[in-house]
Design a protein around this ligand. Structure first.
Ligand SMILES: [Cu+2]
Length: 149
């Protein structure tokens, strides 16, 4: 009977090891006016976290910004570009303003972000960034590079 229990335990451990679930990686961005290219003078700060499911090649993003000069007008993931250079919009982000406190939350606009293999390569290389836009800083009030955590 002990042998049977031990066999069951070994089988359970083997199955666990062979079935680790989806392979995910996480990317974090710290948003600041100083990271804009060129840098802007503003008090906005924020953060964003992107979680990539490498099996399904899909991602979700969530984050928040505060200290904005006014309502957040737009928020995007831009790329591919390294720190210090700019690139076009890749993915629209959904935003919710909390006007009184000049804060907003951001998240993926579509239900899920779907990436190509080339886009995943760029993301992993740190070439994607989050940029939030206000009326006062239409080109971007706070930016943060999405970097592997
Ligand atoms: Cu943008």
């Amino acid at each position: 009977m002990k042998t049977l229990a031990l066999s069951a335990l070994i089988l359970a451990l083997t199955l666990t090891a062979c079935n680790p679930g989806p392979k995910t990686s996480t990317y974090a961005a710290t948003l600041s006016p100083a990271s804009e290219v060129p840098a802007v003078t503003a008090t906005a700060t924020g953060d964003a976290t992107l979680t990539l499911n490498e099996d399904t090649k899909t991602a979700t993003l969530s984050g928040s910004v505060s200290g904005l000069s006014g309502d957040l007008m737009m928020a995007h993931i831009h790329g591919p570009a390294a720190v210090g250079s700019n690139a076009g919009v890749l993915f629209m982000l959904d935003l919710t303003n909390t006007s009184a406190a000049k804060t907003a939350t951001i998240k993926n606009k579509d239900a899920i972000i779907t990436l190509t293999d080339a886009q995943i390569t760029d993301l992993k290389a740190g070439k994607y960034y989050v940029n939030v836009h206000t009326a006062a800083n239409a080109g971007g009030e706070a930016r943060g590079q999405l970097l592997l955590k």
